[in-house]
Design a protein around this ligand. Structure first.
Ligand code: ATP
Length: 231
């Protein structure tokens, strides 16, 4: 289980995140919402050790992992905003990098599992990542994350720039992953998608948590949509 308590992130004088706490259990999905600049990416980066945490703690299965870099965070994988693939690497090489330091046997087993989930990548193993379509690149970013065999998957705006069909494919895959017991923390600007997919939401405003609860409640709560959308 992932647990954040009272997390604070600052960039110089800018308070990007103030007192954010959350929990994420196996198979659960939490949507992090908020306007541009609300602190969503800072939250993701803080969990993954990509920005310094000023105050507070990140725990994974009860163990403090605050500030630990992603490559040393066993059990956590990130699908970063904008996908961020190395364009000159092949699909196969990209998957290989996602696995980290594992034996050849483990690598092969994980690769088989991932390619069974993403058959569209299986026929493109030698193709360079930079030549994939937006939808394929997102699948590759997701597949690369899964090569780490995570228990917690973190996604920063995976639907950005995708067609509705590709977006639906991403969310179908995430639903399958949840059924396999993977906890999903997702930053998503498409509110309808986010609330439809997740069990719970966390709403950030100017780095502070201003709302949280079950997405079923969110549907009923008048005014929340306006808050989320910044109207
Ligand atoms: P978006 O939806 O636009 O990606 P966000 O909710 O992810 O926004 P963050 O990117 O976490 O928000 O930014 C939170 C605040 O921190 C903003 O005021 C932003 O300008 C600031 N910020 C983010 N990164 C840096 C940085 N490297 N240096 C200085 N300020 C930063």
């Amino acid at each position: 289980m992932l647990e954040l308590s009272n997390l604070c992130v600052r960039y110089g004088h800018i308070r990007a995140l103030e007192g954010v706490s959350l929990t994420l259990k196996a198979g659960e999905a939490l949507a992090v919402a908020g306007m541009n600049g609300a602190g969503k990416s800072s939250l993701v980066r803080a969990i993954c050790g990509l920005v310094p945490v000023r105050e507070g703690q990140v725990r994974l299965d009860g163990q403090a992992i605050t500030g630990r870099p992603l490559h040393r965070l066993e059990g956590v994988a990130l699908v970063p905003e904008g996908r961020v693939l190395a364009p000159s690497l092949s699909v196969s090489e990209t998957l290989w990098l996602g696995a980290g330091r594992v034996s050849a046997r483990t690598l092969a087993a994980r690769r088989d599992g991932v390619l069974a989930r993403f058959p569209e990548l299986a026929g493109r193993l030698t193709q360079r990542a930079g030549t994939l379509s937006g939808g394929e690149a997102t699948m590759l970013a997701l597949a690369r994350g899964l090569m780490a065999a995570p228990r917690i998957l973190i996604l920063d705006e995976p639907s950005l720039g995708l067609s509705p069909a590709a977006t639906a494919r991403v969310f179908d895959t995430l639903a399958e992953l949840r059924q396999d017991g993977i906890g999903v923390l997702i930053v998503e600007q498409n509110l309808h998608l986010a609330l439809g997919f997740a069990d719970r939401f966390l709403l950030l405003q100017h780095g502070r948590p201003v709302g949280e609860g079950s997405t079923a409640e969110a549907d009923r709560s008048a005014g929340l949509e306006e808050l989320l959308l910044g109207h």
